[in-house]
Ligand binder design. Sequence first.
Ligand code: ADP
Ligand code: MG
Length: 695
Amino acid sequence: MSEASSPAASKPLSGPQRGMRQLGLVRDIDLALHLPLRYEDETQITPIAQLHAGESAQVEGVVRSSRVEFRPRRQLVVSIEDGSDSLVLRFLNFYASHQKTLAQGCRVRVRGEVRAGFFGREMVHPSFKAVDASASLPTTLTPVYPTTAQLPQAYLRKAIASSLKRADLREVLPTEVLPQGLPSLKDALQQLHLPTAHVNLSHLEDRSHPAWQRLKFEELLAQQLAQTQARLERRALKSPRLCARSASTDAHADPSDLPTRLLKALPFALTGAQERVVMEIDADLSREHPMNRLLQGDVGSGKTVVAALAATRTIDSGWQCALMAPTEILAEQHFGKLVQWLEPLGVRVAWLSGSRKGKARLSTLQKIAELDVDLVVGTHAVIQEDVRFARLGLAIVDEQHRFGVAQRLALRHKLDDAALGLEPHLLMMSATPIPRTLAMTYFADLDVSTLDELPPGRTPVVTKVFSEGKRDEVMARIRDEVARGRQVYWVCPLIEESEAVDLQNATQTHATLSAALPQVGVGLLHGRMPAAEKAAVMSLFTQGQLAVLVATTVIEVGVDVPNASLMVIEHAERFGLAQLHQLRGRVGRGAVASVCVLLYTPPLSESGKARLRAMADTHDGFEIARRDLEIRGPGEFLGARQSGDQLLRFAHLQEDLALLEQARRVAPRLLAQHPQAAQAHMDRWLGGKAEFLKA
Ligand code: ADP
Ligand code: MG
């Protein structure tokens, strides 16, 4: 059970030991933190005469008779008596050992639910044990633990009880950081595992009991300490200072600096929100510590140009910039736009993706290594081992939440490993805003800039929810839009289990639409197509040569075709809220009034209804994120950051906001003034998970 006696060459594990391992119960502290699901009250004996049908109770008595009956089927029928009255115990399955313990004259303690039987009160399959007349009653409630088939409750109970004694539960936290009036960790665990008979059970159940509060605070504090520490570690790193030329050495403003020239060349002026976040980013870039900033802004809020400005600032200071997007289509769009904006200014832009191989790739790699390229745009191919930047100053990650943990770690690695011992700055972008509670916890090591304003001249998308039966109406709408020279997306559902079915569906829809609209081009785009083919279809659609694009969710992120004014999402009920919002963001990008049709197939589940309602109600990405959190919990936001095991076991982000705020307040002080206590606390709570939290 302790780490010292762990597996390898020793004996094979027994069933219960395997069960414990399965539940992650390895160290004493793991067992001590494995809390009961509920409790049974064995502290009292009820006289049989006072039993009521429908109640659970414990009684004690002497067996008066015990016999096997055969009607209506074979069963053991036992009658016990306690001086007040008698009670029938009935067992439909029984063994010789039952009969032995329940033989006439034996004293037994029995627990079960009382029923009104034909011959008076009875219990069916009660739990029972032999006792002698002087056996004392337990003084605490009996815990019932979550367990597995291999691991009997009694075995687990014993293991936990002895781990509780053995575990090192010394108080490591100084009192001043603790919320007032809470028990010590040791007492809290004692109370949670073995509460006294008069504990307020409802407070244990709704987790408002002080013992629960203590445990939740401990957990939240460990999480805050890890985040605060990550931030401090980052602040200790050095980065290149990417200053505005005019503001650094030269007292005279320099109108020829790259960002200024880009701004002049753009066909639009920045929104106020864009101006503000550009300043926030510039301020970070001019510091000698790495930026770790998230730029969040609703779909269509204009994040790309902000990224381009940060890139030009970097390049202007003589450093390189990498921009990475989660899909090839999106990366390609960025590449196209950035080439269009930046090449006229003399910026050398290169493309890297999984599909660029062989000589072309090698020559690009060489240019990157020799500082013959200023900006590299691509998929995660940008952070492969063999990509060596001569002077990487800034990495930009678009739609960062779409990247998995492995890719995030690879990026970290690339950043840590950069040239000249200087850590590049990091800018992440996302259209899925992080709710406040998550920003305070999992993303506490992140500075956040928010684009809370859309560029002018957009007409909000009208969202309609139609049932499958109204397909004809939808077809008529598509004809209308196309007749007016507008473009249409038709999004086919993602069927997770079967890519093949998915594909068939998309292909069929494509055939149907092609037949219905013989005069115009209808394109098909799906995940299985080779990258070059995808790019070709996308570019035909972008240029307006295809009027309708049937696509699986490959178009989900970032695609920008302002002339598209209608989106139909088939089986909308199968999509997540964040995903629907992303998809809808593909229309309403120009000045034309746009419509998004959510087609669903009844019947709708409750959460399906809630999602479609939310979509029809609001366009606000923040409001949608809030509702999503409500409907689905934080899992979706954490995405691949989570390893599958819950990071918070005891605390609940929304319900325990006060504890969270206190933990957040005291964590920096604890790290500064009691570093050893802080470390001991993190070790106890996070074990090996601390690194993971930083990914
Ligand atoms: P997102 O935040 O979803 O990535 P984009 O950067 O793709 O948004 O911008 C959406 C569209 O708005 C693009 O066509 C972009 O060129 C345009 N755009 C960005 N900023 C402005 C602005 N200030 N005024 C007008 N159009 C803008
Ligand atoms: Mg974008």
